[in-house]
Design a protein around this ligand. Sequence first.
Ligand code: OAD
Length: 233
Amino acid sequence: MREIHNIVILTGAGISAESGLAIFRGPEGLWEGHRVEDVATPEAFARDPVLVQRFYDARRENLKRVEPNAAHAALARLDEAWPGGLLIVTQNVDDLHERAGAKRLLHMHGELNSAWCRACDMRMAWSGAMGGDPACPGCGVAGRLRPDIVWFGEMPYEMERIDAALMEADLFVSMGTSGNVYPAAGFVQTARYCSARTLEINLEPSIGSYLFDESRTGRAGELVPAWVEEVLK
Ligand code: OAD
């Protein structure tokens, strides 16, 4: 088997589920009572900015009440201890990976705690409410801030860096993601094409489960720490 030097990890909502954050595609296909399309598209924001800001303001507030779980902690430990290349690509907009201590991390779908001013194009840390049309601290224009989150139909962040890491990867691990949303759902194919070994860890087999060399089903809070122990042994 190929020696493992470079690891790429993709995380999704399932990694934060045991911290108490709702996943997107629950049993009723609703996210906190909303269809994803009604709160996660540029069209939804144009149609009803008050609803969309209220929705993300509530998510941002809720983030202050939750803590990283054992899966986040294990990945932070791997990040600190792994001597080779490592990149944690998260689809999550929460900050639980970094609060657990992960450093080699990127948020491909943006961050709840970031604002993007459509007047001056500046992005800035933002921990309070964005509803009520606050002014941009950079340019002073009011009412032009939006959550710095990649919505459906928009281009995820840092794709070049992700593709470069996938091409160099010896091991690709996908955790807590249902495999519904591209381009993230296609990373396993890129990694395989570049000869990486592939592993999935999820509560249930994802849509693309058959594409992985190995699929482990169960809770991230148990399986991720166990896998990190294996890798660091
Ligand atoms: P989903 O809600 O689609 O999938 C979460 C997956 O986590 C499901 O397959 C669950 O079975 C699994 N899961 C739940 N609890 C778990 C646990 N304790 N341990 C392990 N797995 C668990 O969320 P994502 O795949 O992350 O995009 O969704 C991808 C994107 O869709 C999100 O980033 C978001 C959304 O629209 C944007 O906002 C752009």
